[in-house]
Design a protein around this ligand. Structure first.
Ligand SMILES: Cc1cc2nc3c(=O)[nH]c(=O)nc-3n(C[C@H](O)[C@H](O)[C@H](O)COP(=O)(O)O)c2cc1C
Length: 266
């Protein structure tokens, strides 16, 4: 064989071997790390729920043990958004409401709305903390809606009267740092606890205004706007109204209101 042909053949042989070795390495890593990735995603979800509930400081770095210990006080409840009823028959192990699947009925279409939520998962997960007598202490609801640049995902925590806000956190968004991205700012998040989600008529009344709001005692329904980020601010208001209303958690909240919750406990 001429020397140049053997060099070409050798080059292809080595390249093919490198490809095979790399493919094996990547596939092995993907398979062996899959469980760990799932566990990390699950831990992150718990941490975000706890941060919204004010049980841990948002942006802090508690240990995995600490997260698990605090989260153990909460129960994960599957809620059927069509009826507002819990669905204990549904096995939520590994279920991500953001990826509810494509089976018929897995999602429910929604008419045009300001939050730009076109469909919701038929079944979603909410987080309840109850006292020893079974009375609700804290409820954490997942929320999502459109910001200026991308969808924003977060959690809203309510007290046992189902109106007093305990906290709001966003764990994923694409807003501009320093503008809409200030939804992450601990100072802005601190404006939320103590506000009222619903007015005396039971309508979702909480809103992010332009400018500054007063303290929760004097100005219960309004929260400071994000300066230079009116569109993100409006997006936050729109998604809260969506999820607190009939198209979101309204039926489930009505159901909880009928329980003898004993009112605001703390
Ligand atoms: C580079 C750039 C990034 C922006 N990012 C945001 C944002 O994250 N959220 C937002 O509401 N507005 C953002 N804006 C401003 C909007 O385009 C729009 O002007 C603004 O929402 C109006 O709010 P204002 O009336 O408070 O100024 C951005 C503008 C620029 C030029």
């Amino acid at each position: 064989m001429p020397r140049s042909r053997s060099v070409v053949a050798e080059t292809f042989r080595v390249a093919a071997m490198v490809c095979v070795v790399c493919a094996v390495l990547v596939s092995t890593a993907a398979v062996t790390l899959r469980d760990r990735q799932r566990a990390n995603a699950e831990l992150d979800r718990k941490k975000n729920v706890l941060a919204a509930a004010g049980v841990i400081e948002a942006g802090s770095a508690p240990s995995a043990d600490e997260i698990e210990r605090r989260f153990a006080d909460f129960s994960v409840v599957v809620v059927d958004l069509e009826t507002g009823d819990p669905d204990p028959s549904f096995d939520a192990t590994g279920y991500d409401p953001r990826e509810p699947g494509t089976a018929p009925g897995a999602t429910l279409p929604r008419p045009p709305n300001e939050a730009q939520v076109r469909e919701v998962p038929r079944r979603t997960l909410v987080y309840e903390r109850r006292d020893d007598a079974g009375r609700l202490e804290l409820l954490v609801l997942p929320i999502e809606g459109q910001g200026l640049w991308a969808r924003m995902y977060g959690y809203l925590a309510l007290g046992p009267d189902l109106s007093t806000v305990r906290g709001l956190t966003y764990y994923q968004h694409g807003e501009t740092p320093g503008l809409g991205g200030e939804v992450d700012n601990p100072r802005w998040r601190a404006r939320w606890p103590g506000r009222q989600a619903f007015d005396d008529e039971g309508q979702a009344a909480i809103e992010v205004i332009r400018g500054a709001a007063g303290p929760p005692e004097d100005d219960p329904y309004r929260v400071d706007g994000l300066s230079g980020a009116t569109i993100t601010s409006r997006g936050v208001t729109a998604m809260l109204h969506f999820w607190l209303g009939e198209l979101g958690f309204g039926p489930y909240l009505d159901r909880l209101r009928k329980e003898d919750s004993g009112g605001e406990a703390s």
